[in-house]
Design a binder for this molecule. Structure first.
Ligand code: ZN
Length: 411
């Protein structure tokens, strides 16, 4: 599997100038390529091949007075800028023809020096190197100081240098990892419910709240944003406020990501299998729940769980939320009445008192386990036994299978 490892880097003022030059050259080559392809299309010509683009915009352009300065940066950086353009085109075509699923992609757009994120990529053949003294050597840039927060598991195949809106620099390494990272197996399995009152609720009863320091930082960010909106357009004070907001924003994002990393690592370490709701977050985003869901960064958290599960040898499953996870009793399978959002606890006629969210998480766990069993063994071919809708089934396993809710029991 491929993983990204990102670290903060601290270029000297001189290196910052070299980096700015490289960002600029990469941007120019990218834009030249886009313009050339657009012109060819308008003229009714053929789509320019990747090879031809590279020949005309890098090799030949360097010999012209207008583009001679392209020779001052690593050629790999320029080639990678064209590679980005080619990928953008391929994704766009695949999206137009329907080969690529999901949201429709727009055609590639010109890059601007005002873009929030400037980036260049060095591949292996650029001979970038992590030196023994911990510095990162980049061709035609120099040796950069890196803040290593962990060690790279193996030799990186590429490094992308990024400058963000807050003026910070990062090195993002791509590393191929080996299979030897498997964690020792454990017995526990867990279901996770997206809480609206909590960040997450686990089937073992754990309720995870967004930490106070994060909420405080988010409040501060909102205040800075309000300050910014009161500043006059084009004023020096406004410029200062923009940087302040960008810094605060970056800080909140970093802190939140760190916290989510710790939480996801702990859940993966403690459980052999993790099941989550397959929320169509994009769909949910259109409702009034949008703010809380996006604030909580739920989608990214799930993505962390998924890749960590793959990496450490754990099972991960998404559960379709077409069963009423909240009002189905995780003990007896009865389906209760619809509940208002403010109902946090309910009693089932079977005698169980449920915490609304923990009950939902338990159902997610059970459905995830049933799905996994069905996927895995041919011996568990579902025998479709019709059962009346809403019937209270006594065997807990049957009761908890999703299909029994639809009136069909699987076991
Ligand atoms: Zn019950």
């Amino acid at each position: 599997m491929q993983f990204r490892y990102q670290f903060r880097v601290y270029p000297t003022p001189g290196q910052q100038i070299e980096l700015a030059r490289a960002f600029g050259c990469a941007r120019v080559v990218f834009n030249d390529g886009l313009r050339l392809r657009q012109q060819a299309r308008e003229a009714g010509g053929k789509y320019l091949s990747d090879g031809e683009l590279s020949r005309r915009l890098i090799t030949e352009a360097k010999r012209t007075p207008e583009r001679a300065w392209l020779g001052e940066v690593s050629a790999v950086v320029l080639q990678q800028a064209l590679a980005d353009l080619n990928t953008a085109y391929r994704n766009f075509f695949a999206s137009v023809t329907g080969k690529r699923k999901g949201r429709k992609l727009a055609a590639p757009r010109f890059r601007s020096r005002k873009d929030n994120r400037q980036a260049i990529r060095f591949t292996k053949n650029s001979r970038f190197k992590v030196l023994d003294n911990g510095r990162l050597r980049l061709p035609k840039i120099g040796d950069l100081t890196v803040r290593w927060s962990r060690t790279l598991p193996s030799d990186p195949s590429s490094v992308t240098v990024i400058r963000d809106a807050a003026g910070r620099y990062f090195a993002s390494f791509v590393v191929q990892t080996a299979e030897d990272e498997m964690l020792p197996p454990v017995d526990a399995e867990v279901g996770i419910d997206l809480g609206l009152t909590h960040f997450a609720v686990l089937s073992d009863g754990t309720k995870v709240t967004t930490p106070k320091f994060l909420r405080r930082a988010a409040r501060k960010l909102r205040r800075l944003q309000q300050d910014l909106s009161r500043k006059q357009r084009g004023s020096a004070n406004r410029k200062k406020a923009v940087v302040k907001v960008a810094r605060a924003h970056a800080r909140v994002a970093d802190t939140r990501r760190d916290w989510q990393h710790k939480l996801s690592t702990r859940i993966i370490r403690d459980n052999q299998a993790v099941y989550v709701e397959d929320l169509a977050v994009a769909g949910l985003g259109r409702t009034r729940l949008a703010k809380s869901v996006h604030d909580a960064g739920w989608a990214r958290f799930i993505a962390m769980l998924e890749y960590k599960a793959a990496r450490y040898g754990r099972a991960f499953g998404r559960v379709d939320r077409w069963f009423p996870s909240t009002r189905m009793c995780s003990d007896c399978g009865r389906i209760g009445e619809k509940m208002a959002l403010n109902v946090r606890e309910w009693d089932c006629p079977c005698g169980t008192v449920h915490d609304r969210d923990v009950n939902a998480a338990k159902n997610i766990l059970a459905v995830g386990q049933a799905d996994r069993l069905n996927d895995r063994g041919a011996q568990v071919r579902p025998a479709f036994v019709p059962a009346p809708r809403r019937e209270a089934v006594t065997h807990p396993d049957v009761a908890l299978s999703t299909r029994s809710v639809e009136g069909i029991s699987v076991l």
